[in-house]
Design a protein around this ligand. Sequence first.
Ligand SMILES: C[S@@+](CC[C@H](N)C(=O)[O-])C[C@H]1O[C@@H](n2cnc3c(N)ncnc32)[C@H](O)[C@@H]1O
Ligand code: SF4
Ligand code: SF4
Length: 332
Amino acid sequence: MEYQNQTAERTSNISDQPEHLAELNRIASGLKNPTFPKIFAVELCADCDLNCSMCHHDQMIRPKGNMPMPLWQKCADEIAEIAPKTNVWFSFCGEPLLMPDRLIEMLNYGEKVGLKSLNLNTNGMRLTNDVAKRLLDTSLSTIVIGIDGFSKEVYEENRFLGDRDIVYANVQFLLEERQRRGQGPEIMVQFIEMDNNANEFEAYRNHWLGLGATVKLRRQLSWGGKFETAIDVANERRIACPWAITMMHLFWDGRVPRCPGDTEGEESAGNAWDDSLKDLWANLSGYRQLHLDHKFDDLPERCDACTDWKTGASIKLRPGQVDHSERIRPSQ
Ligand SMILES: C[S@@+](CC[C@H](N)C(=O)[O-])C[C@H]1O[C@@H](n2cnc3c(N)ncnc32)[C@H](O)[C@@H]1O
Ligand code: SF4
Ligand code: SF4
């Protein structure tokens, strides 16, 4: 989620803090029931080469496959016709750089039909120099690389099967190549706050800001209640779930889950092969309205265990900004 908040302070254990509650209320005040999603997450490839500690990927039981080009073309055409500025993100679950050629083909098609905001989430392991150059040739707006640690030990504990030195070198090359070209997408390194990495954040931030990256700090999601998180907000303070209100997710096989917590598509709205995205989004309107009307008891059971409505905004620090250190105080 791309909410931006440059003033919030952070600790890794949030329990009904006034600043966090104010942040949630600020987010809630901007939520309406839109006729088309603001953000699309497209699962190009459901397989992955890592097994990250905070990710539900290793619990996935639905079949894993790759999105066929005609399905993406159908979706891209419709988004371009209805709302070309929609933020489109590759990927939802899985690692898109397992299929770099398909990804680039999809990005080029999206650009050709007029999509204005194409963005990538990757673990960075396969972001080789060649792939980096090819991605910089596309019209990508943002590349976010998930790097949840500074030391080799902590990075590899969180991003299990990843190699800290390879990812750090890959992203450094990407930054240098963008610098050499004098233009390119925003390049963000994303740090998910967890118990084992908070004390590394300062070194991480200094390293990456020094190399020209944007540093994005986000809180941990529970993925529909599958993981415990450190965020504790009383149910009386509950807000409509920003994920459900703003985002549509598309599995590789065309199915549209109810929300990112519905990782198996058990509450699916239908399939994009069969229906328009607009109709699929409309199928979820009743859920959105329940959120907005605060009828939380009427939502599917998954919403009881899920803490993802509490997550709040990410913080983005950009090179050249002043006073970073005062804003973030990870616990030791
Ligand atoms: C599921 S991943 C798929 C893309 C790619 N494999 C990656 O790791 O960036 C999508 C995004 O979710 C993030 N993510 C995974 N588990 C998370 C969690 N428990 N809380 C917050 N973000 C999480 C990843 O860091 C990544 O930015
Ligand atoms: S690399 Fe991405 S999809 Fe794969 S396990 Fe890690 S967070 Fe999940
Ligand atoms: S709170 Fe409910 S709607 Fe929001 S992500 Fe969790 S399960 Fe989905």
